[in-house]
Structure formats: C-alpha cells, structure tokens
Design a protein around this ligand. Structure first.
Ligand SMILES: Nc1nc2c(c(=O)[nH]1)N[C@H]1C(S)=C(S)[C@@H](COP(=O)(O)OP(=O)(O)OC[C@H]3O[C@@H](n4cnc5c(=O)[nH]c(N)nc54)[C@H](O)[C@@H]3O)O[C@H]1N2
Ligand SMILES: Nc1nc2c(c(=O)[nH]1)N[C@H]1C(S)=C(S)[C@@H](COP(=O)(O)OP(=O)(O)OC[C@H]3O[C@@H](n4cnc5c(=O)[nH]c(N)nc54)[C@H](O)[C@@H]3O)O[C@H]1N2
Ligand SMILES: [Mo]
Length: 777
C-alpha cells in the first residue's frame, strides 16, 4: 500500500463518464490496513461496516483477530467507495483499543469523579430526572445534547424518550454546529431535508463546484472520485470558493479566494451573470419554481464588479466561474462549512440551490447537489428527530404531522412538544446558563472543546445547579465537568445502521465486545426508559423495542410515507452487498438514486417540513402565509442581499480568524489523537498567516504567536502561506486532554464568539475578529 499519510489520496485510477445507460466506470481499488504481521488470510472474521469518521459513508469490513479489532478493508462492492478508504479510516480503528477507554461508570463524589457501577450511576440519573419531572417546571428542566456519531436506532430511541416520554422541546445534536444549514437550506428551497444528488453524479458531470468545502481533506474518497475524473477522458471543470489555498483550490480551474464572510455577495454576483447572460432554463424556472422576479431584483444590486470589491477577488475570476456555471451541461455542487459556519449561512447555501434550479440542474445523472453532511450519522440525527427536528422530517407547526407521530407512539398529541420551534443547541446552553435547564444529558459530543467561547461553556457545565450526564468512550474535557459519566461501546462494538451524505444506508455489525462494563448507547437509553417507566396512553411501555433490529423496525414504521422512507430496508437486505439509498420502499427495493427527478418538490403545505422562514431574521411565517404562495410541488428561489458579518475587524482586532480541519484529525481528536500514525502527522495546532500579514507582524515561519479576541486567546506556531491576506486559519481539533497542565491555551474555540445564523442557528465559527501578536517564542 502507498504511504497514505504522505499522500492521503493514494494512487490515481482515472476514468471517464459512462456512455448513457452504462454503469459508473469508477475502477475498484481495495484499500487495506491490518495490524503489523497480520495478513488477510490470518484474519479470524470480518464484520461489515462503514466509516464513522466523516459523512462520506465509505464501506469497509472490520478485521477481527483473537477477539480484537485488528484492521480494516474497503468494500469493493459498495456504491460509495468502490473499496477505497481514507487515512483516518485506515488507522482510526486503533483508537478503540486504547487502554484509557472508559470501562466503568463514574459519579462525582466530594467534588471529584470516582469509579462506580451502573446501579449507582443510573440510579442517580433517574432519581434526579424523577425529582425534576415531578416537580414544578417538569420537562422544562431537561436538555438533551446529542451527536452526529451515534446510530440511527439510538437516535430514534432518544427522540421518543425526549419527545414522548419527557415531552421536552430542549433536544438538539451537535449537528447544529455541523449540518443545521444543510437541513435549513434544503427545507427552505425544496420543502424537506434530503440530498437531491448522488455521488454517482461525479461520474457523469462536466463541472464540479465546491462551495466552502475542502473535500480533499474532509471527504478524501469523494475527492479521489473527483480527481480520478479529472485525470480521465473528458474531465469536468472545477470551481472552488475558499479563502485558503487548499488542495481543492490548487486543483480547481477557478479559485475564488473570498474574504471570509462574503459568500452571499459572491453567489448573488454569479446569479446576476447567469440571468444577465440568459444562462438559465426558463422553462424549468417557470414550471418548477417560485420567486424568480424577486431573485432578479435582488441580484440586480450585485454585479460582479461590486462582489469583487466585497469579496476582494478579481472580477475576472467571478466572470470565469459564471461562465463555467452558465455553460456546463451537468453541474455537481457540494456545499459545506465554508458556507454553513460563515456569515449569512442559510441565505448563501440557498443561492447554490438557486443556481441548480435556474439551470434545471437537478434529478439527472451528473446534474446534482449535495448540501453536505459532515459527521458520519448526522443525516440520522435529523431524520429521527434527535435534534431540533421532528422524526421523519415532519413539520412541528403542522397539527396533522403531530397526530401522525402521536399515533405511531400511541400517546396524546399534547405530550409532543410542538407549540414553538424545538430549542436549538445554542439556546439549550443559554437556558442551562440561566438555570432553567437543570439536567443536561450529553451523548457522543465534546462541547467543552467544540462549542464557541469555551470559557463560557466551561463555566456553564461546571455550574453548581446543573446536573450533567456525559456518555462517551473517553474521559474527555466535557466528561471532566460531569456529575455522572456513562461508558459507551464504540463503533465495531455494537450493531446498528447509519446513513451518509448521499442517503446511502449502511449496516454496521458488532465485531468485538465492548471493554469492561461499557454498554451501547442504545442499551443505555433503553435502560433509562425502563427505569423511568415511560408509558403510552394505554399504560403500556412507551418504548416497545429491545435491541437494534427491533428499534430499526420501529423506525421504519415512523418513516413510512415520508421523504426518508425506510420501509423497503431490512438488516438482511443491508448485509453482503452495497449500502442502499433512501427512500427505499417495497415498491422501490433498490432505493432511489436521485430526488426530484420530475422537478416536483416536497413543498406541498401538507407534506413540507417547514412553513418557511425569513432569511434575514429567521422569523417563522406560518401556514397561512406559506399556503398562500401555492407552492404545490414547486421549489422556492430564495433571495437575500449581502450584509457584512456581525464580527467586523477594526484597529484592535484587525484580522479575520477562520477555523477548520486537517486531513489527519477528527474533531476533538478523541480517536485520532490516540492513533500514533495520525497524531504524529499533525501533533499540534498552528496558525496560518498570509506572507503579507506575517511580514507586517514581523513573524517568522514556526514562531509561536498569540491569537486573541475579547473572549480569550491561544498560542501556536505560525505557518506562513496558503491563505489570503487578512484571514488567519487555526484548526479546531486541539483541546486539553493530552496537554501538559499549565501549558498555554491552544483550542481555537477559546477565541470564537457566541453567534449564529438567524435561520439555521448554526454557530459562526468561520468569522472572528482577532489580533495576532508575537510571543517571542
Ligand atoms: N479530516 C477530517 N475530515 C472530516 C472531519 C474532520 O474533523 N477531519 N469532520 C467531518 C465533519 S463533522 C465536517 S462538518 C466536515 C467539514 O468539512 P469542510 O467543510 O470541508 O471543512 P472545514 O475545514 O471546516 O471548512 C472548509 C473550508 O471552508 C473555508 N472557509 C472558511 N471561511 C469561509 C468563508 O467565509 N467562505 C468560504 N467560501 N470558505 C470559507 C476554510 O478555509 C476551509 O478550507 O468534515 C468531515 N470530515
Ligand atoms: N472552531 C470550530 N469549532 C467547531 C467546528 C469548526 O469548524 N470550527 N466544527 C463544528 C462541527 S462541524 C462539528 S461536527 C463539531 C464536532 O464536535 P464534537 O462532537 O464535540 O467532536 P468529537 O470529538 O467528534 O466528539 C464526539 C465525542 O463522542 C465520543 N464518541 C464517539 N463515538 C461514540 C459512541 O459510539 N458513543 C458515545 N457515547 N460516544 C462516542 C468521542 O469520544 C468524542 O468525545 O465541532 C464543531 N466545532
Ligand atoms: Mo461537522
């Protein structure tokens, strides 16, 4: 195998677009990584699974040797990766074997965490829950903050517990930080969540546009598919919008190095040109969309010359991008954090939807769009309603959707919180800060490193009156602040399903036993439901399932008739071959490659997941206003003018900090930080500065610098180059669990601000005003 640390993308396997009707021609390349000395022939058993370290959904088999996970091998038969794996997946399995896994529950005694057992730990959680639920305030005291990394069955169980057992609207996932804008923009434009496109669009397209998506480092195998097309016959053109000189930007034909926070100006200018040049499919627009006139009026105000000034990019680059977008025949776009975590996130993401609607670039091979996910199972958090959504992409404001859920769960509709939008994560932490939330249950996420303004988050979690439950694999920065810590089984130690960013559902088998007394998240939630005696309206147990497969069957019933219909899937159907894309029903058992093939969208008021929001303020419109527009299956062309980001630079904080990822690490590094090959590849954070800014500051390559905002500071060595002037980049992966006590702060979120997009409520991690100074180190 080639050195995938040195060259993360491995060797090229070029290919061209298939002839019409022919299957995708992307060659198979099976990547394998086994522990030293082990060969494939020596493996005892293989357990089918898929990647849990990004949303691409790369399928793999887990090698088991002597009862331990001993490596991985890509699955050649899978539609997503044709056998390929990325560096994190090749080595990441080693983290589960780390000798500092949590193996027993911990409870806080006399101020510090002490080893305990399940009886005592769950006893404490249940006692506090009952006390709060039976007292004044009831459900209002509960907050649940979960993940994009559990399995579908676990989220669905949690959603039922929260929404029908306790009846609290205060439930969200870290998906709020991750893909809330994907969901919000899909709902706004197309009526419901769900990716229209498919990865096979890469095989067919003649242009690829990457909007704030460093796919080379964050979805390595998808990037390999793109690169292989670029190296084959009839390669697609490529556009990248990113303030940094990423591997994607270097490969692209047109790089738009926008000043962070100005995406909407760029998009409005591109659409301005498309309309002006007549590069639109007028028939598609007339038949399948609403809002064209208003969009024209809005983008009229933003010609490329104006956007060039706002974004600080050459007009010629905007013109070149508009030419590709306007003349290609099959456009595939992906959007991610450079848009979702930046200024005017939902409004900007909706403009990418608009480009596709204006050009009729949806629902055909090669003409597709992915409002990407980041985390491996974020799609499931959203579809099961373990976040601020209702299960099955139902609309909280539609009483008949609430009745459907009440019927599925056999509860009174009044129990299900639906009198206001569900509480988003940033608001949950605010309620905890103010004291109305008194029990916060955090599963599979590490907010003490990943939320903005960490000093504030630490203060909230450490608050005397807040009872914090943390369910994790390791003793994280967040676990250190908990009252009860529950040890969870990891990927490979439990059974379940999850769905990637192009709607492909994979089964993940249990390969080995969890360490010590660790239990699957599903078993923990089921145990809680039993102890709390949650009942349905006939006095029978509310949660009627007892294991992953019965939970999956329960979910299928809830998904029936909705866009994410799973009724045609079974565990057995997911075994052996490839993952399958939803919707999958008994009448479409092979799944569905693309949504909206006929130009009919999910916007009917009886079906849609939303009644619409104002893009500028997030205000909810309500059914009357929505229905009056008579969407009837047409998509919305949303329009909004550019407004500058709330975080403005000035004399005191003259630079813009943007944060993000490196190919070798995953989030707060609880896994790759424990894998020597990955950790050694990027052992600590750094500060990327443009040569001009470094010069002005007198900073040399490698010199330790201080990055500071009114919230806090971090210290890390400078890396000069590969970023536009005025913008500074710091990876957000590095917290404190493996840092010596007394060392200088190094987490990017010491500096970032509490602020979010008005529509999606996704935090604004990509635009923070800072100053950078020399430390003399
Ligand atoms: N290696 C690795 N892969 C991962 C993950 C990981 O932690 N590590 N995490 C997974 C998850 S959960 C997610 S959400 C995805 C995220 O995947 P990406 O979105 O690709 O990753 P980021 O590095 O957060 O941001 C992407 C780019 O946005 C650019 N950017 C910053 N501000 C702006 C702006 O205002 N406008 C534009 N146009 N661009 C801007 C940054 O320079 C950065 O290169 O990755 C997934 N895959
Ligand atoms: N500044 C800045 N901040 C950011 C971002 C950014 O770009 N910039 N990106 C944001 C984004 S997109 C994301 S997704 C978040 C990620 O932020 P987090 O979700 O906080 O990051 P992780 O390190 O993935 O945390 C997941 C936790 O779950 C645990 N875990 C893993 N598997 C399991 C399991 O099966 N069961 C249980 N119970 N626990 C498990 C892991 O050990 C880990 O502690 O960070 C956000 N924060
Ligand atoms: Mo994410």
């Amino acid at each position: 195998m080639s050195d995938r640390i040195a060259v993360p993308w491995g060797p090229r396997t070029p290919y061209g677009p298939p002839a019409d009707g022919a299957p995708p021609a992307w060659p198979i390349r099976v990547d394998v990584c086994l522990e030293e000395g082990l060969t494939e022939a020596g493996v005892d058993t293989w357990a089918q699974s898929a990647s849990i370290l990004h949303s691409n959904g790369d399928a793999m088999d887990i090698a088991v040797k002597d009862g331990r996970i001993a490596g991985v091998r890509g699955r050649a038969a899978d539609r997503v990766n044709h056998g390929r794996l990325d560096p994190k997946d090749l080595y990441g399995w080693q983290a589960g074997r780390s000798d500092d896994r949590l193996t027993r529950p911990l409870v806080r005694k006399n101020g510090s965490l002490a080893e305990s057992d399940w009886e005592e730990a769950m006893g404490r959680v249940v006692a506090r829950s009952k006390e709060l639920l039976d007292g004044p305030g009831g459900w209002g005291h509960f907050g649940f903050y979960t993940s994009g990394q559990l399995f579908l069955e676990e989220y669905y169980t949690l959603a039922v517990i929260g929404k029908a057992g306790i009846g609290t609207p205060h439930m969200d996932g870290n998906t709020r930080l991750c893909t809330a804008t994907a969901a919000a923009s899909l709902k706004a434009s197309f009526g419901t969540d769900g990716q229209p496109g498919s990865y096979t669009d890469v095989d067919h397209c003649d242009a690829i546009a990457l909007w704030g998506h460093n796919v080379a480092e964050t979805q390595v195998v998808l990037w390999e598919r793109m690169l292989d097309r670029r190296h084959g016959p009839r390669p697609p053109a490529m556009i990248a919008a990113d303030p940094r000189d990423t591997p994607v930007a270097r490969e692209a034909d047109v790089h738009l190095p926008v000043r962070s926070g100005t995406n909407l100006a760029l998009m409005n200018a591109l659409i301005h040109r498309l309309i002006e040049r007549g590069h639109i499919d007028r028939r598609y627009v007339d038949e399948h969309t609403i809002g064209f006139e208003r969009l024209c009026r809005t983008v009229e105000q933003c010609p490329p010359e104006r956007a060039a000034r706002i974004c600080d990019v050459p007009v010629s680059a905007i013109e070149a991008a508009a030419e590709i977008l306007g003349t290609c025949e099959r456009l595939f776009s992906t959007v991610l954090q450079g848009f979702y975590q930046s200024n005017q996130a939902t409004a900007a993401a909706c403009q990418v939807n608009n480009v596709h609607l204006l050009r009729g670039m949806l629902g055909r091979p090669g003409a597709g769009l992915c409002q990407m996910n980041g985390q491996p199972t974020a799609q499931n958090t959203r579809e099961t309603g373990a976040d601020g959504d209702l299960p099955g992409f139902r609309n909280w404001d539609n009483p008949s959707h609430i009745r459907e859920l009440a019927d599925v769960w056999n509860v009174d509709p009044a129990v299900i919180p639906h009198w206001a939008p569900p509480t988003h994560a940033m608001q949950i932490f605010r309620y905890a800060e103010q004291g109305s939330i008194k029990l916060l249950w955090i599963s599979a996420t590490n907010p003490a490193v990943s939320l903005p303004d960490l000093a504030r988050i630490r203060r909230i979690l450490a608050g005397e009156d807040l009872f914090v439950v943390v369910q994790d694999l390791f003793r994280t920065e967040t676990a250190e602040l908990a009252d009860v810590v529950l040890p969870a089984a990891a990927w490979g130690e439990k059974l379940g399903t999850f769905t990637n960013a192009d709607r492909t559902v994979h089964l993940s088998e249990q390969a080995v036993a969890p360490p010590g007394e660790a239990r699957s998240d599903l078993d923990i939630f089921l145990d809680y439901a039993r102890r709390m005696r949650f009942l349905d309206r006939d006095g029978k147990p509310l949660v009627t399932w007892h294991d992953p497969e019965s939970a999956f069957e329960a979910w299928k019933a809830c998904s029936a008739g909705r866009p994410c219909d799973y009724t045609g899937l079974t565990y057995d159907r997911l075994r052996g071959g490839s993952g399958i894309q939803w919707p999958c029903t008994p009448s479409s058992p092979g799944g569905t490659e693309r949504l909206y093939t006929g130009g009919r969208f999910n916007t009917d008021p009886d079906y849609s997941e939303t009644y619409g929001q104002d893009l500028g303020t997030g205000a909810e419109y309500g059914r009357e206003h929505y229905a009056a527009q008579q969407p009837g299956g047409r998509a919305f062309l949303h329009a909004a003018p550019y407004e500058p980001a709330p975080e403005a630079t000035g004399p005191e904080y003259p630079l813009l900090l943007t944060t993000g990822r490196t190919v070798y690490h995953f989030h707060t590094r609880t896994k790759p930080g424990r894998v020597p090959r990955l950790n050694d590849a990027a052992p600590g954070p750094w500060v990327e500065l443009s040569p001009a800014d470094a010069d002005a500051l007198g900073v040399a390559e490698g010199e330790r610098v201080r990055v500071e905002s009114p919230r806090g500071h971090l210290v890390a060595p400078a890396r000069i180059g590969r970023i536009r002037q005025g913008v500074v980049f710091v990876p957000f992966h590095y917290g404190y669990w493996d840092l010596a006590e007394g060392a200088a702060p190094r987490a990017a979120n010491e500096v970032t601000a509490t602020g979010w997009d008005p529509v999606s409520k996704q935090p604004l991690y990509k635009v923070t005003a800072v100053r950078v100074t020399r430390t003399g180190g």
